[in-house]
Design a protein around this ligand. Structure first.
Ligand SMILES: *[C@@H]1O[C@H](CO)[C@@H](O)[C@H](O)[C@H]1NC(C)=O
Ligand SMILES: *[C@@H]1O[C@H](CO)[C@@H](O)[C@H](O)[C@H]1NC(C)=O
Ligand SMILES: [Ca+2]
Ligand SMILES: [Ca+2]
Length: 419
């Protein structure tokens, strides 16, 4: 962790990052901290806490000095990041080739038009008979990948570039516990979290009993705790189970595990370009799969974090942890929960440098140490992890696992059993 802390200091001193960016940077490194590094250094931890305290203090004072944006009266003022990022969301309504597609997409975003999304309540009973392995055809086309107004520049969200994608099939839903269980039963598969004997769980969803047994924490991200025997069947450790969550996204699966599942299912992981193209649902240059408004007509369209991260999740969207993969309206292509709920692995290696040349079905760098994940999760809050946008991205090593990281598959040809 020492080198990470040094990088933060260097970032402030030499690159002149503002405090908001620093906070993003720290959260970014929180993600990186989930890699399976067994060495946790105390010194790094102390430096981290001092740094963070410093940032929070300055943020608090700047929050008092910043008057709330009239456009966004109800938003949290922490770090003063809100206004800056709100500005980044002000995209003009650019016309798009397939205007009708966009209109269709918009129509799908009325709650009335989406009975599944509408019926999700706290008493939601999982429909264990309902398969969630369906795919939809994503028509080929050219789209603008990334953005020239990156909210988190150090993630390599920019520059905007024209990318051609040929048609492919995409899972409508994140892979559920029920679907993953079919795979495990058919193959006796053991996931990496099961082999390693632990996985990272967000502190806020752990029982006091489990928490009391944990002595180490991740220096760069104190809200992530390595929990013994946490895995896809026991998302919050041995005293938890997935019985009531069979239609939720499977989590604690590594990139390697995701590849194994998709291969078994006659599918593959999507490339980052395919994922982002699919996320945008036929709309051009918007923040989210449905447009650029966080709360269209005052309604929640995804499962993220509301409240004060990491201490208090109001779960205003109905869910404090994962939600059923069928929750919330689908996007213009009929895809559910592309942003929010669980992060989703892609096949690309991670790199933050991109060419501005037009690209034809890019597959990412030939090698690397981390894989790209997209979409953010139920833990994402604007002040800490504004990554529930189609252009946003983050990364983990291929053997990393966590309580908010899942996947969905893509395919060139629809598997026989689905046609
Ligand atoms: C899975 O394990 C069980 C019990 O060990 C065994 O009977 C079965 O044949 C195995 N299945 C596969 C697909 O390997
Ligand atoms: C699974 O967890 C629920 C609580 O979420 C509990 O009521 C139930 O007894 C558990 N089932 C098993 C088999 O442990
Ligand atoms: Ca939520
Ligand atoms: Ca997702």
């Amino acid at each position: 962790m020492k080198h990470v802390a040094r990088r933060w200091v260097a970032a402030v001193e030499s690159r002149g990052l503002d405090l908001c960016q620093l906070m993003d940077h720290m959260t970014h490194n929180s993600n990186m901290a989930l890699r399976r590094s067994r060495s946790l250094h105390r010194k790094g931890s102390i430096l981290y806490f001092s740094l963070k305290l410093f940032v929070l203090l300055v943020c608090a004072s700047s929050a008092f000095a910043t008057s709330p944006s009239p456009k966004n009266p109800g938003s949290p003022s922490g770090c003063g990041c809100t206004n800056r990022r709100e500005a980044a969301g002000d995209f003009p309504d650019t016309p798009h080739d397939s205007v009708s597609l966009a209109k269709q997409a918009a129509a799908k975003y009325s709650k009335e038009a989406n009975v599944v999304g509408q019926e999700i309540t706290e008493d939601y009973k999982p429909d264990l008979e309902k398969r969630t392995n369906q795919m939809v055809l994503i028509p080929g086309g050219v789209f603008t990948m990334g953005t020239d107004e990156p909210a988190i520049p150090q993630d390599g969200e920019g520059p905007a570039r024209k990318v051609q994608v040929k048609q492919f099939y995409m899972d409508m839903y994140e892979v559920t516990n029920a679907e993953f269980e079919r795979f495990v039963k058919a193959t006796n598969y053991t996931t990496e979290a099961e082999k390693f004997g632990d996985s990272f769980v967000f502190e806020g969803i752990l029982s006091e009993k489990v928490k009391s047994t944990i002595t180490q924490a991740v220096a760069a991200a104190p809200w992530w705790l390595p929990v013994k025997k946490a895995n896809w069947k026991h998302p919050e450790g041995p005293d938890s189970n997935i019985t009531e969550r069979m239609d939720h996204p499977v989590v604690h699966v590594s990139w390697n595990n995701a590849v194994a599942y998709c291969t078994w299912a006659g599918k593959r992981l999507p490339t980052e370009a395919e994922w982002e193209y699919a996320c945008r649902g036929g709309l051009e240059n918007r923040l989210f799969p449905w447009g650029s408004k966080l709360l269209p007509k005052g309604e929640h369209y995804m499962n993220i974090w509301q409240g004060d991260f990491p201490h208090h999740n109001t779960a205003d969207d109905g869910f404090s942890k994962t939600a059923p993969v069928t929750a919330f309206p689908s996007n213009g292509y009929g895809l559910f929960n592309m942003v929010g709920n669980a992060w989703e692995w892609t096949s690309d290696w991670w790199d933050i440098h991109h060419t501005t040349d037009d690209l034809d079905n890019p597959v990412g760098p030939p090698s690397g140490t981390d894989k790209v994940k997209k979409g953010g999760s139920y833990m994402c809050h604007k002040d800490y992890c504004y990554r529930y946008r189609c252009a946003a991205r983050s990364q983990n090593t291929p053997d990393s696992t966590a309580s908010n990281l899942g996947f969905r598959c893509a395919a060139d040809v629809l598997p026989d059993y689905l046609s």
